[in-house]
Design a protein around this ligand. Structure first.
Ligand SMILES: CC(=O)CC(=O)O
Length: 647
């Protein structure tokens, strides 16, 4: 069966893209005739050393690239990219210093602020000067529990301008979740707020902040941004943001750092124990984000770039790098459904957003809420929608083109915290096929492997990357012999990064993700990605969301499906039959759940991912190691000791 093309750029659109310009540039520089993305990608993998050096040059990275590009290039892990380079991350994000708008903040409570590039630089200088007076130096850690607002970006840029290391989470994290993360990295400074707004509520977090400060023994100072307008009592180790800034600072200096110096410490979701502290480097993060924004997303100075994210998800780090393109970034903090499900589209229309990023879950919830922005909003500026976080079902492609906008590039993108970027993503010179990620990222030898480690196409298997790339983490924090880092990605296949996604490379060299590999269902020895089931079940109007697990049963495994239904709907025999029928007729009899059960909530991580493993553990009576990693741990109780799972 041929896969439907949902959108295709015409030749004039292709000619105007930065991807096309880069392809011409490489053709000229390397004396080649590259005429397609497939050719460019092949070249970028076969000559990945030259490719990444070209990325540095093409984007005119500020700093010294140094002589060597790659040392021990065939070692995974162990390859060293740009071992002689010196650069500063913040300097590259602040290369523009003019009156173009850099940041627009929109709060759930109606707040709107904006800052030009010149003003942003000024604010960063004032904070960096105060940091310096406090004695913050390269390698120190600055931790932030912040909403997605302008101050968070100023703080990250001030931190990294000094070569210090940035780590952030959002204010909805619980005390233990924050301490589990920041406690491991021993921060010197903590930046936070008095409170925040969510779903129409003003939430005071002063008690939580005090509890966290007590636990983080290495803190010298806590800086508090007056975000929610609440009274805050300061003590000797806390200070208001506005009092802390050194407004007399006139210049901003950038401490040059090695390419592989730590930039960000990010955290795994922590659903299987204390979160892993994944350390990302200065140069690798920058080069990869330059490539992904400019080439794969075609972002430039004229773009208004929005991603719906919190500061606890790597998409925040990804969005912020958009400053390096000189684009205007739109930040939003709050519920995307308050006061109405259309709120993000109001913002898209008002701010003339051209690139709108969100999660796949948001789109399916929007569809269930029967929103049709195409008929209610003027979205003339919108030219791309990006989604990630979970698999974007083929039906969501239909929804976007039918009910949001027909003429745009819908790019499902995938990678994650582990690489602070993507393995497969969008491409402005390729068509969008229904249900597929458009392409593998340039420079990345992304493959799908069978159990023997052999590359396969048009078959499901493990998503891997077979060459080294600059944005591999530089390691895990407090993992001196690198063993935990090795075990996380390299133990499965030799000299290969195994990403933990169950996926397929399509005939168009696109990618389909079927779910996380550790959640794959295995009834009767047949491997089934959970997204294959969700896609069918969630077509049923009364099903809002679902989660599938494999339950050990009579020396085999059986598929158990839990569904969250619209208010007032009860799972009855008819609905069960409808669910089974839709799965059987659109997937296979093997996909049909043995048991279907109703729940009113599905547990998810704080960045919104449903946690199949934790549900599986509860169903089997096992202990869930770290419920602090969950946004709604109480939801797990609904899966414990269910009578229907014993029959
Ligand atoms: C790019 C991504 O893969 C983001 C995520 O799902 O965490």
């Amino acid at each position: 069966m041929t896969t439907k093309i949902m959108w295709q750029p015409d030749s004039s659109q292709i000619a105007a893209t930065r991807m096309n310009d880069f392809m011409q540039h490489i053709s000229r520089a390397q004396n080649l005739e590259l005429n397609s993305y497939a050719q460019l990608h092949d070249w970028s993998v076969q000559h990945h050393e030259t490719f990444w050096r070209s990325i540095w040059d093409y984007f005119d990275v500020l700093g010294e690239a140094g002589e060597r590009t790659l040392v021990d290039g065939d070692k995974l892990p162990g390859a060293q990219w740009f071992p002689d380079a010196q650069l500063n991350f913040a300097e590259n994000l602040l290369r523009y210093q003019d009156d173009h708008i850099a940041l627009i903040f929109r709060g759930e409570n109606g707040a709107r602020q904006q800052l030009t590039y010149a003003e942003l630089r000024h604010e960063v200088a004032a904070l960096a000067a105060a940091f310096k007076q406090q004695g913050v130096v390269a390698g120190d850690r600055v931790a932030a529990m912040m909403p997605n607002c302008i101050e968070t970006i100023i703080a990250m840029l001030a931190t990294t301008s000094l070569g210090a290391i940035w780590s952030s989470c959002s204010p909805d994290f619980g005390v233990q979740g924050v301490v589990d993360r920041f406690g491991q990295i021993e921060p010197k400074l903590f930046i936070t707020v008095d409170g925040y707004f969510y779903n129409g509520k003003q939430l005071d977090i002063s008690e939580k902040v005090n509890a966290i400060r007590t636990e983080l023994k290495t803190l010298e100072t806590t800086i508090i941004v007056d975000f929610a307008g609440l009274e805050h009592r300061y003590d000797a180790t806390s200070v208001a943001w506005n009092d802390y800034l050194d407004r007399s600072a006139t210049t901003l200096e950038f401490v040059k750092m090695p390419f592989n110096a730590p930039l960000y410490i990010m955290f795994s979701s922590g659903t299987t124990g204390v979160p892993k502290c994944i350390v990302h480097g200065v140069g690798g993060t920058l080069l990869q984000h330059l490539k992904e924004h400019a080439l794969h997303t075609d972002i430039d100075r004229d773009d208004v770039f929005f991603y719906f994210t919190t500061c606890g998800w790597m998409m925040w780090n990804w969005l912020v790098s958009g400053l390096a393109q000189g684009a205007t970034l739109v930040l939003f903090d709050g519920s995307p459904f308050y006061p109405a499900p259309t709120v993000l589209w109001d913002i898209a229309e008002q701010e003339k957003i051209s690139v709108f990023g969100t999660s796949a879950k948001y789109l399916s919830a929007l569809e269930k809420a029967e929103c049709t922005p195409r008929t209610t909003h003027r979205l003339d500026s919108l030219r791309a929608i990006l989604t990630t976080g979970s698999v974007l079902a083929p039906e969501s492609f239909d929804y976007v083109y039918r009910d949001i906008k027909a003429n745009l590039c819908l790019s499902s993108i995938s990678g994650g915290t582990d690489i602070v970027s993507c393995f497969a993503l969008g491409n402005p010179i390729l068509p969008v096929y229904r249900g597929e990620l458009q392409c593998k990222g340039l420079g990345l030898d992304v493959q799908v492997c069978n159990d023997n480690g052999e590359a396969i196409t048009q078959e499901k298997g493990e998503l891997v990357c077979r060459n080294s790339f600059p944005c591999m983490p530089i390691g895990f924090w407090n993992d001196d012999d690198g063993q935990r880092y090795f075990n996380a990605y390299f133990a499965r296949f030799e000299n290969t990064w195994a990403h933990g996604d169950y996926a397929e490379i399509t005939e168009h060299d696109g990618v389909i993700i079927y779910g996380r590999s550790d959640a794959v269902l295995n009834p009767g020895g047949v491997r089934i990605g959970t997204a294959e089931i969700y896609r069918q079940v969630e077509k049923i109007d009364s099903v809002l969301e679902s989660i599938a697990i494999g339950q050990r049963w009579q020396d085999d495994e059986r598929v158990v499906l839990f569904v969250r239904l619209r208010d007032g709907v009860t799972l009855d025999e008819q609905l069960e039959q409808d669910i089974r029928k839709i799965i059987r007729s659109n997937a296979t009899p093997r996909h049909v759940p043995a048991i279907i059960a109703q729940v009113t909530d599905i547990p998810r991580t704080i960045s919104g991912k449903i946690v199949e493993l934790a549900v599986r553990q509860v169903v089997h009576g096992e202990t869930v190691k770290n419920t602090d990693a969950l946004a709604n741990p109480e939801a797990l109780e609904q899966f414990r000791n269910r009578a229907e799972l014993n029959q």
